[in-house]
Structure formats: C-alpha cells, structure tokens
Write a protein that binds this ligand. Sequence first.
Ligand code: F6R
Length: 243
Amino acid sequence: MEVVIVPDAKAGGELIAEAMAALVRRKPDALLGVATGSTPLPIYEALAAKVRDGAVDVARARICQLDEYVGLPAGHPESYRSVVLREVVEPLGLSEAAFMGPDGSAEDVQGACEAYDRALAEAGGVDLQLLGIGTDGHIGFNEPCSSLASRTRIKTLTEQTRVDNARFFDGDIDQVPHHVITQGIGTILEARHLVLLATGEGKADAVAATVEGPVASIVPASALQLHAHATVVVDEAAASKLK
Ligand code: F6R
C-alpha cells in the first residue's frame, strides 16, 4: 500500500484525476469504478477539466458504480445512479450506455447483486476503483464486520452512516434508506488498482486504522493492505493521526 499525503482536497483530486487520465491514455476503454459522497468531487471536477482542455480523451472509457441505495424510486436525485450520471458521466461527456451499476429497484435484490458481479467480470474487470472511507472505516457500504471475502450483496446501513448521509436528504435521517447494494470487499479487491481518497480531520481515525492497524473486518478499509496495488491519498488533516 502506498500512502500519499497532499496539502488539501483539491491537490488530492488533481493527483488522482491525473492517474485516471494516464490510465485512459494507456487503455482508452478502461473501466473506471467511481464512488459517491463528498470526497471524490474534486477528482471528478479535475478530470472533467482535463477532458474540456483536451488533455485526455475519455470517449471510450467506461464507468461503473460501487454501490446503490435499495428502494429509492427510479430517477430519485439521490439514487447513486442519478448522482453518478450527474457528477461523473455527464461532465465527462459520456452517454448512459458507458455506465453500469447495480439495480437498486430490482424485485430480486440478491439476483441483481449476482448479476452485477457477473457484469463486472464480463466487462473485463475494473481497472481503477476509486474509494472514499466512512468515519467507521467502511468502503463502499461494507460496514464494520463485513466479510473481507464478501461479494456484491445487500447490506443494512449503520445508524452512523445514515446520520452522516442525511445531509444529502435535506438533513432528514428518515428519508435515508436503510438498505444498500454494495460491491463486496472481495469484489472491490479484484479491481486492478484501488485508489482511496480521504480528506478532513473526521477521517483521521479511520485512516490510521486502515493504514497502520491490523487487517480486520472491524475496519473494512484495512483490506486494502491485502491488495498488491492500493494507493491511499490523504490530506494533512486526514493524515494527522498517522504515526
Ligand atoms: C459511496 C461510498 C462510501 C463513501 C463514504 C464516504 O459510494 O462508497 O463508502 O465513500 O461514506 O463518504 P463521504 O465522501 O461523503 O465522506
């Protein structure tokens, strides 16, 4: 695992966007796994700027989703499908056809999870997977005590994560779904390159446990220690509890 400390979130976004651009220059049809939440926004802004400036052509790149709420109506603005289309796919000038994600409104949720794992494999696997980290150390929505070998499946969000995410639902925790589909930790570990960005002091404990603690399901992100090519990019505040 490599740890890169950057001065601030903007610098982290720029660094990771350049890594994504370099990958797409090498492999134009790369499959890029994206995360939602606040942290990756500087990455998406920096990558979209590179596309506008002609520094990289992403026309053949493909985008895939890490996780999805279960039970939000189709087209809900906070479904992760809507969020990724709005924040990543459209700013990059890609069409919806370039994008794949799990079906959070499927009647057979387990079938949708298995279908998504198959679809990722059939697409050739994820080349670079972006990750954020929860204050409790989750990646995707693999909450503490998720199996490190887990596959894409339905999970129940912890109260803490629902509180953290209420800001996307007018601050109203009652609107935050209780369940999500998330790529499992085993699924995430199959991506060729994992890139986790963490910014702000609120992530400092989770980052320290991820990087310097034992590999343990109580800190799902610690599974990155098992990956041959994992990069953790942190700003100085998120790095403040590293030894
Ligand atoms: C969302 C996801 C989550 C977030 C995490 C941090 O797709 O995978 O693991 O990355 O909850 O969220 P922010 O960045 O909003 O602090």
